[in-house]
Design a protein around this ligand. Structure first.
Ligand SMILES: Cc1ncc(COP(=O)(O)O)c(C=O)c1O
Length: 290
């Protein structure tokens, strides 16, 4: 069966899903996206993803144009239209068609696209050995609104991922313009030192990850002290454990950085506790409510 996508209010086969060549998402990266994970037929923290999108839409001046869309329902219906159990859902919105000038007042109707695909997680062996990362030559700008939103203008992230691939690593970590640790190209970063969990603060110029937020909640429930603060590279080199988070990765141990091991180069005890708690959390939230 051909994949069904949601485009501007209609469910249509993927091969019929066309958008204007003059869409400002394409011309200027004037748009936003969310990537979500479904467990069974439940989209994990859909409400939080849509709240982040809504906040970002305010920044881009797209909020009023999205007001007529029931994105929550559209995301769920896209998943069920494809008869998927477990999958990834990508919601993309853009300013829509406009003139060939970077002026969004020329765009009348936004473009809203939702696609859902089956998702195969990384094999368990990868979670056991962990990711290896390198330092990106690019910087996050902690003052830029673009660092805090999932805009369709993702070139810093794309270039950082290319650097990771070019050096045979799984991820690239970016510092901000002040030299503090920010995040990975498509994930947030956590460190463990002693029995304390650390993660770069929002003011470091990071995306406020939905998984990051869930991990901080889990840490609090487990009695693990967590601190959000500015962090340095040497703290990463000296960390006992580190891990990366994203909706698709969930919690991925980070066991090597710039050719050196982190801690014992194996997933650490705190990381493993959080991984188990995260698994329980997604199962609990996916269970139908009695
Ligand atoms: C730059 C960046 N940081 C962090 C994340 C993790 O966000 P989330 O946990 O909401 O998936 C992503 C996800 O794609 C990302 O692109």
């Amino acid at each position: 069966m051909e994949e069904i996508v949601y485009l501007n209010g209609s469910f249509i086969p993927r091969s019929k899903a066309w958008i204007s060549a003059f869409d400002h998402g394409f011309l200027y990266g004037y748009g936003l996206f969310e990537t979500m994970r479904a467990y069974g037929t439940h989209i994990f923290r859909l409400g939080r993803h849509l709240a982040r999108l809504a906040q970002a839409a305010e920044i881009l001046g797209l909020a009023s144009k999205l007001a007529t869309f029931d994105l929550e329902r559209a995301a769920r219906d896209t998943l069920s239209a494809n008869d998927l159990k477990d999958g990834s859902i990508r919601l993309t919105v853009s300013g829509g068609e406009g003139e060939m000038i970077p002026d969004p007042s020329t765009c009348r109707y936004p473009t809203v696209l939702i696609a859902a695909r089956g998702y195969t997680p990384y094999p368990i062996q990868i979670y056991k050995s962990g990711f290896r990362a390198v330092l990106s030559s690019l910087r996050r700008d902690s003052q830029s609104p673009l660092s805090r939103i999932k805009s369709a203008n993702y070139l810093i992230n794309v270039l950082a991922k290319m650097e990771a691939r070019a050096s045979g690593a799984d991820e690239a970590l970016l510092l901000n313009e002040l030299g503090f640790l920010a995040e990975g190209s498509t994930c947030n970063l956590f460190l463990v030192a002693g029995d304390i969990l650390f993660t770069p603060s929002l003011k470091s110029g990071i995306l406020p990850g939905i998984t990051r937020e869930a991990v901080l909640e889990l840490a609090s429930g487990l009695g693990i002290e967590a601190r959000e603060q500015e962090m340095t590279l040497s703290e990463l080199f000296e960390a006992d454990e580190a891990f990366l988070t994203s909706s698709l990765l969930e919690i991925m141990p980070l066991t090597g950085f710039d050719g050196k091991p982190i801690g014992t180069a194996k997933p650490g005890a705190v990381t493993e506790r959080l991984m188990a708690a995260y698994k329980e959390l997604v199962e609990r939230e996916a269970r139908p409510q009695e």
